[in-house]
Design a protein around this ligand. Structure first.
Ligand SMILES: [Ca+2]
Ligand SMILES: [Ca+2]
Length: 219
């Protein structure tokens, strides 16, 4: 029984690398016009988290989230528009915008947001601070349905994502450099705590222990 518990704990807390592993799942980035001349996947693979542990970033197509709030931090801004571009969240029912970061906010700026209730939300940027340039995590809201943000799920952390924005209108493939690093933001979605989740985990362990004991008795 002790061995079983130790093995489970080991799986929960073991990390293997010291940098981020980035899986783009076949998505192709362009050649960046910015200095440094890197795409978002290269930049993210060089990141380290607070503990120096490695994390796995899987690119996903999820474009909206459900939650009661969020924690956000700007990881990087590399574009010419970086002094003016704003970032915020919107209620998908109304598309009403709520600014989180102003253009003056820069790398390292963080914020905690309360949605006011359980909502379906997305995130947006206003490139160069111009509302008419607005780009959304829901690509069907963008001109030509363009994907203006690369969204990565952090595999080892709950409800944690990294958004890498391309701030030039891709214009159906005729614009932008597709480097998706003009603004890189990490977000953690706050969800309603599930009081039963810990006791369910406990029941699962108990089930495993009981099965093993029964096998021993049979043998
Ligand atoms: Ca800025
Ligand atoms: Ca770009």
């Amino acid at each position: 029984m002790n061995k079983l518990v130790i093995t489970l704990l080991g799986l929960l807390f073991s990390f293997t690398a010291n940098a981020y592993v980035v899986n783009t799942n076949g998505f192709e980035f362009g050649s960046s016009w910015d200095n440094p001349n890197h795409n978002v996947d290269t930049i993210l693979s060089g990141l380290e988290d607070e503990t120096g542990s490695g994390l796995t970033l899987n690119m996903i197509s999820a474009q909206t989230w459900s939650g009661i709030g969020a924690s956000t931090i700007i990881l990087e801004e590399l574009a010419g528009y970086r002094h003016n571009t704003t970032f915020g969240w919107y209620d998908t029912a109304t598309n009403s915008p709520h600014q989180i970061f102003s253009g003056a906010d820069s790398k390292g700026a963080s914020a905690v947001i309360d949605f006011g209730s359980m909502l379906d939300i997305g995130f947006y940027i206003d490139p160069n601070g111009v509302k008419n340039n607005r780009m959304f995590t829901e690509n069907e809201l963008n001109t030509h349905d363009d994907i203006q943000v690369a969204i990565f799920e952090i595999a080892e952390l709950e409800n944690s994502y990294i958004l890498g924005w391309e701030d030039l209108d891709l214009n159906g493939g005729n614009g932008g450099d597709r480097d998706y690093q003009d603004m890189i933001v990490r977000v953690q979605i706050e969800q309603v705590p599930e009081p039963g989740s810990m006791s369910l985990l406990g029941l699962g362990l108990l089930g495993l222990v009981m099965t093993r004991k029964r096998m021993k008795t049979d043998a």
